[in-house]
Write a protein that binds this ligand. Structure first.
Ligand code: PGA
Length: 265
């Protein structure tokens, strides 16, 4: 089965209104230029950008009529209430977000989000139904060194399965992001990443082969122009979740170009 590649930028806490507008129009221009050179009228893969939530309106405006979707980096599981500083899924969807990252390792590590809290957010997103949840999973360096990669990733996914079952993954995306590769310049080798992606797909296939086959599993962790083609070329890697290299038109567009080449091959 061919899954459409998804190239997603996670801007984290970076940017400004001006940067949001310039980056989105620059990415769109570059991606459409590459497509036109190959005589494609539309992109053969998907592009997503996830700016800080305050810049979502500017991003949605800049992405209007461009082949770029906008996502949020986090959301609260409750739809409203006394949760100072939090943002509800409904609010993000009202602004025009189509995707929401859930359980990014920085949320888990710095803001102490547990597997169960992340799963509650995922369940709320499924119930709400207006946005695609991107469930981020991945092990730390110590966990990998102790041979716990699969156990950790399985537990993160099981927490979600416990709440929504396999059906919850029929409209979702998973991002495998080894914590030791995020923002470190160290990337998982294509073989290391492929092995975990295949493990995730096989695990879900035990519950529903169709859902598992259709599920897009992104790789994240120091993806850049130099390694994108090799990573995206792996059979179970269906895109990238890109931090540092998503903040400049040239570096993000170069990853989009790698997706373009693979999508047409
Ligand atoms: P990085 O971040 O590309 O800067 O490693 C990836 C992420 O955190 O999603």
């Amino acid at each position: 089965m061919t899954r459409r590649l998804l190239i997603a930028g996670n801007w984290k806490m970076h940017g400004s209104v001006e940067m949001t507008t310039d980056l989105i129009s620059g990415i769109a221009r570059a991606a459409l230029e590459t497509a036109t050179l190959s005589e494609q009228r539309e992109l053969a893969y998907d592009i997503l950008v996830c700016p800080p939530s305050v810049y979502i309106p500017a991003a949605v405006k800049a992405a209007d009529s461009q082949p770029i979707r906008v996502g949020a980096q986090n959301a609260h599981a409750k739809s409203q209430g006394a949760y100072t500083g939090e943002v509800a899924l409904e609010m993000l969807s009202e602004l025009g977000c189509d995707y929401v990252l859930l359980g990014h390792s920085e949320r888990r590590e710095i803001f102490s989000e547990t597997d169960d809290e992340v799963a509650s957010k995922f369940a709320a997103c499924c119930e709400n139904g207006s946005m695609v949840p991107v469930l981020c999973v991945g092990e730390t360096l110590a966990q990998r060194q102790q041979g716990q990669t699969e156990t950790i990733v399985a537990a993160q996914i099981d927490a979600v399965l416990d709440k929504v079952g396999i059906a919850g993954f029929s409209k979702a995306v998973i991002a495998y992001e080894p914590v030791w590769a995020i923002g470190t310049g160290e990337t998982a080798t294509p073989e290391q990443a492929q092995a975990v992606h295949a493990f995730i797909r096989a695990k879900l296939a035990e519950l529903d082969a169709d859902v598992a086959n259709a599920l897009r599993i992104l790789y994240g962790g120091s993806m850049k122009a130099e390694n994108a083609a090799d990573l995206l070329g792996q059979p179970d890697i269906d895109g990238g979740l890109i931090g540092g290299a998503s903040l400049k038109v040239e570096s993000f567009a170069a990853i989009c170009d790698a997706a373009h080449v693979l999508a047409l091959s």
